[in-house]
Design a protein around this ligand. Structure first.
Ligand SMILES: [Zn+2]
Length: 443
C-alpha cells in the first residue's frame, strides 16, 4: 500500500518557554490536586553552605490555631516572625543555623514524627516561617503545597506537628475557540495557559496528530476549574470536559474517576480515548510543520517508496516510543540511517529513522514503555534535514500513521456506566452549548 507523502509545511517552529515542563506535567491522570512542580532537589543535613541571609520580617501569618493551649503566653508583641526562603544549595541545618536555631533543637523538630518528613526534601523557593519569642524558637510554619501547611510548635521539652489544610476555592470556567494560525495562539486568545493547551493536546493526542493534522478552522471547547485563594487565582485546576474538532471529526470527553480507581477521560458513551499507541512520537510543539495554510514541502524525499510520516524538528528533539513493546532493531539501516524498530505484540511494529543517536540503554532486545524516550531526531542516512521518519505496520503492512485505527484501552466498566452518565450529562450538555460546531459527536 502506497501512501501519499505528508506535505511539509513551512511554518516556523512553535516555541513556547514553559512547554517542556508543561508537557511533563500534562498527565492523562489528571489529579484532583496538582502539586507544584519542584524542579531541583536540595540535599539536607549535609554541611551547611554560607549564603547571604534571605531573612525578611513578615507580618503575622494567618494560620488556623489549634484548640490546644498554646505555650505562647507572652504578649504577642514580643513575638518575632521571620521568613526564610530556600536557595539552591541550601540545607535544613544551614537554614536553621542561620536563624539561630541550634542543631539540638533541629534534631527535636525532626523527631516529631513522619509529618516532619516534609522537611527532608527542600526545594529552592520553599518558605520557612519561623516564630521566636525573644530568641527562643517557638513555631515553624512550612507550606507543603497550595493547600497544606506543616505546623511545628514547641510543646514542653519537645515539639508537636500537624498539617493544616485550607482547600482552594474552585470556580468552573468554560472557553471555546477556533484555530486560525496555531492551536497555541488560538488557545491563548481564548484565555488558556500553555500548560492547559498541552493538557488538551494530551487528552486528544490519541486520536489527533497535533503535529501534522491540525488545520485552520479546527476548534476546541473546554470546561475547566480555576483555583482561588482569597479571591486571587492560584492556578488552573482540572479539565472537566473538552471537545476538539479536527477536520470535521468531533471528539468529546469528560473527566470521571472510577470509584476506587483513577480519574480518566471518557466519551459520552463511556469509551476511553486512551489507546495502545500515541499518535505523535515527538513533542508536537517542536515539530516545525505544525500546520500550514500553504502546504509547502521543504524536505526533498530521497527515500524510495516513502511509506511513513516525516516530522521535521530540530536535531536532538526527543523521540518517544509510540507504544509498549520490544526493540527488535537498533542500528544503521541504509538510507534510513540510525534506525529503531519496535515490535508491539504480534501485530504491530513501528520504525523510527534518521536518528542522531539512540537514548541510553536502547538496543535490540530491550523492552520499552509507551512514551519512553528512545532516541533523538537527526539526519543520518538519506535525509536533507533533521526529521523523524516514522512508519507504522500492521501485520507487516505499512499503514498511514496519521489515520490508522489504534486499539483502544478498556472502556468504562459496565457497573459504573450509569453513574458516569448521570455525573457527566451536564458537562456534555454544556459542551454542546458552548461548542462552535453543530455536529454530533462521532466518537
Ligand atoms: Zn520519511
Amino acid at each position: 500500500m502506497s501512501l501519499a507523502l505528508p506535505n511539509h509545511a513551512s511554518v516556523a517552529p512553535l516555541t513556547l518557554g514553559s512547554m517542556d515542563q508543561a508537557a511533563d506535567q500534562a498527565s492523562q491522570d489528571a489529579q484532583l490536586s496538582l502539586t507544584p512542580s519542584k524542579p531541583q532537589e536540595v540535599a539536607i543535613l549535609s554541611k551547611p553552605v554560607q549564603l547571604p541571609s534571605t531573612l525578611s520580617p513578615e507580618p503575622e501569618m494567618q494560620v488556623p490555631q489549634s484548640s490546644e493551649t498554646h505555650p505562647v503566653k507572652a504578649s504577642s508583641s514580643l513575638l518575632r516572625k521571620v521568613k526564610a526562603v530556600v536557595k539552591s544549595g541550601d540545607t535544613l541545618s544551614g537554614l536553621f543555623n542561620r536563624n539561630g536555631i541550634d542543631a539540638n533543637t533541629l534534631f527535636k523538630v525532626l523527631e516529631v514524627g513522619p509529618v516532619s518528613n516534609h522537611l527532608k526534601r527542600l526545594f529552592p523557593g520553599d518558605e520557612f516561617h519561623f516564630t521566636f519569642e525573644a530568641d527562643r524558637f517557638l513555631r515553624l510554619e512550612y507550606p507543603i503545597d497550595d493547600e497544606n501547611t506543616l505546623l511545628i510548635e514547641r510543646a514542653g521539652e519537645g515539639f508537636t506537628a500537624q498539617t493544616i489544610t485550607r482547600l482552594l476555592d474552585v470556580q468552573v470556567k468554560s472557553v471555546q475557540g477556533v484555530i486560525e494560525s496555531s492551536l497555541f495562539l488560538s488557545a491563548q486568545k481564548a484565555g488558556l495557559s500553555d500548560a492547559m493547551t498541552m493538557e488538551i493536546a494530551s487528552i486528544f493526542g490519541w486520536d489527533v496528530d497535533f503535529a501534522l493534522e491540525v488545520r485552520e478552522g479546527d476548534s476546541f471547547a473546554v470546561i475547566y476549574q480555576e483555583l482561588y485563594r482569597d479571591g486571587k487565582k492560584v492556578r488552573d485546576g482540572k479539565i472537566l470536559a473538552a471537545e476538539f474538532v479536527n477536520r470535521g471529526h468531533v471528539y468529546r470527553t469528560a473527566y470521571y474517576k472510577v470509584p476506587g480507581g483513577r480519574g480518566e477521560y471518557f466519551t459520552a458513551d463511556g469509551k476511553t480515548l486512551r489507546k495502545s499507541f500515541i499518535r505523535t512520537p515527538v513533542d508536537f510543539a517542536r515539530v516545525s510543520s505544525g500546520f500550514s495554510l500553504s502546504r509547502k514541502h521543504p524536505i526533498l524525499h530521497t527515500i524510495r517508496a516513502h511509506k511513513g510520516v516525516d516530522y521535521a524538528a530540530a536535531k536532538g528533539t526527543p523521540i518517544k516510543a509510540s507504544g509498549d513493546g520490544k526493540i527488535v532493531f537498533a542500528g544503521r539501516k541504509g538510507g534510513y540511517g540510525n534506525t529503531l524498530i519496535i515490535k508491539h505484540g504480534e501485530k504491530y511494529t513501528t520504525l523510527y529513522a534518521h536518528l542522531s543517536r539512540f537514548a541510553k540503554n536502547i538496543r535490540s532486545g530491550v523492552r520499552v514503555r509507551q512514551s519512553q524516550i528512545i532516541g533523538y531526531v537527526g539526519s543520518t542516512g538519506l535525509a536533507s534535514g533533521p526529521h523523524l521518519h516514522y512508519e507504522f505496520r500492521v501485520n507487516g503492512v505499512h499503514r498511514n500513521p496519521l489515520t490508522v485505527r489504534f486499539p483502544g484501552a478498556a472502556p468504562l466498566p459496565q457497573a459504573h456506566l450509569a453513574n458516569f452518565k448521570t455525573k457527566t450529562a451536564g458537562l456534555f450538555t454544556q459542551l454542546s452549548a458552548i461548542s462552535s460546531t453543530t455536529q454530533v459527536a462521532e466518537n
